[in-house]
Design a protein around this ligand. Structure first.
Ligand SMILES: Nc1ncnc2c1ncn2[C@@H]1O[C@H](COP(=O)(O)OP(=O)(O)OP(=O)(O)O)[C@@H](O)[C@H]1O
Ligand SMILES: [Mg+2]
Length: 419
């Protein structure tokens, strides 16, 4: 910029007649360059976002090949990945188009004055400009202005843009990183609320959440506020079709609310990647998902590296050992059709139990189990670290929870210790 001002001042002193043809195009080019930069930054952001989305969806598809085949969802998966490829291509093209326009404008700004000055040389000489002044203006253009503009374009060009946007995104990612474990505090006052309770973000927080299944449909959730902290349990009850499973999916970050906020361990659920969401909550939907494979594979999914000893421990704590014995041990082949509805629920419950996520969401996860099994499972889940949200139709199960949320046609009420 300093060089540009020096050229303007120098040309004004040396050859005032050449001021406009020499200085106007580069000034206009610099202004256009600056004006296009925010749009290019936006495009660059889009490009990064689509690249990340494509990488994530390709990775998920590759790691879930068996499950996709089991569900017959190969075509759907291919369509989704192809849609991400198309979005990435469109973002790349958009950025390239803008970059081309910007380069063209800068090229016109650099080379335009040279052409204008050369073409208007006879007229300028006729109007009294000396050949020396004309040559001086040309020398300014070729020797000073052109290298300076070239430097500006290179310095603030694509690499700078990529670096700036990448730094901005890294800063954004740091802001949504999981909360750090607070340092243990000395127990000066044993009756005080544990330090972890006071300093750690709640496992789940819903603020003013509205949800309707479609435009113009009656809302299923309206203005729902909820806070669930580590060590607390919440039972969600209400008539069939009132929105309990919808709430579970919203709390798990699988459905985006129409209004309000859903925070998982302090981070907005809609900004988390599927892997980040899985690290913050484990969700057992009303219909447990099983695939054809060994019992161990079904129990350990989606963490196949879980040690066998830990698996056996979980089976014992949830009272699921009889199930393994009945079906020939952990290495026995099982499939959805082989297991009874209660057994399918037990397998899914062991899976959820093995998850280290700070929030567990169980949607009628024990509805096919007998009362004794349900009690044992309830106790085991509540004894384990983390927060527990249980959807149930059974009053006894709701009575055991710290808080009860009653849903009824988008009306809701909370009882128990105020979360
Ligand atoms: N995928 C969907 N598309 C459209 N509407 C849906 C969908 N899923 C649920 N609904 C509607 O939302 C409302 C709440 O359903 P939801 O499954 O959340 O109820 P629920 O309280 O879990 O019922 P239940 O006790 O029978 O499991 C119902 O009216 C249902 O028809
Ligand atoms: Mg339901």
């Amino acid at each position: 910029m300093l060089t540009l001002f020096a050229v303007v001042a120098g040309t004004a002193a040396l050859a005032p007649g050449a001021l406009v043809p020499v200085c106007a195009p580069p000034l206009l080019a610099v202004a256009a360059f600056a004006a296009l930069t925010p749009r290019m930054a936006r495009r660059q952001r889009e490009l990064f976002a689509t690249e990340e989305q494509l990488t994530a969806s390709a990775l998920h598809t590759v790691t879930a090949l068996r499950d996709l085949t089991a569900c017959g969802a190969e075509r759907l998966a291919v369509e989704r990945v192809l849609a991400d490829v198309a979005a990435n291509e469109a973002a790349g093209r958009g950025l390239a188009r803008l970059a081309a326009v910007r380069h063209l404008l800068v090229a016109l700004g650099v080379h335009g004055p040279l052409a204008v000055l050369t073409l208007s040389a006879p007229a300028l000489l006729r109007h009294g400009m000396s050949p020396g002044a004309l040559l001086g203006a040309l020398a300014y253009l070729l020797g000073t202005l052109e290298p300076a503009l070239r430097l500006l374009v290179q310095g603030l060009g694509p690499s700078w843009l990529r670096l700036t946007v990448a730094a901005e995104r890294l800063a954004g990612t740091a802001a949504t990183a999981p909360p750090e474990e607070p340092a243990a505090e000395p127990a000066e006052n044993p009756s005080a609320v544990p330090a972890q309770r006071r300093t750690r973000a709640p496992a789940l927080e819903l603020r003013g959440v509205d949800y309707a299944w479609g435009v113009g449909a009656q809302p299923v959730l309206r203005g729902l506020d909820l806070v669930l902290r580590d060590g607390e349990s919440l039972a969600v009850v209400g008539p069939s079709g009132t929105g309990k499973s919808t709430l579970a999916a919203v709390a798990a970050g699988l459905l985006r609310p129409d209004a309000g906020r859903v925070l998982l361990s302090g981070a907005p659920a809609e900004r988390l990647s599927p892997a980040d969401r899985a690290a913050r909550r484990v969700f057992l939907p009303q219909q447990p998902y099983l695939f054809s494979g060994t019992l161990a594979e079904n129990l350990a999914w989606p963490h196949p590296a879980v040690p066998a000893a830990r698996l056996r421990e979980a089976l014992a704590e949830l009272g699921a050992e009889a199930l393994t014995d009945r079906h020939g041990g952990l290495a026995a082949a099982v499939g959805p059709a082989v297991l009874s509805p209660g057994e399918r629920q037990l397998v899914a419950l062991v899976r959820a139990y093995l998850s280290p996520a700070p929030l567990t969401i169980l949607d009628e996860a024990t509805s096919h189990l007998d009362a004794a099994a349900e009690l044992r499972i309830d106790r085991a889940f509540r004894a384990r670290p983390g927060a527990l949200l249980t959807i149930t139709h059974r009053p006894a199960q709701a009575d055991r929870a710290d808080h009860v949320l009653r849903l009824d046609n988008a009306d809701w009420s909370l009882t128990g210790r105020t979360p």
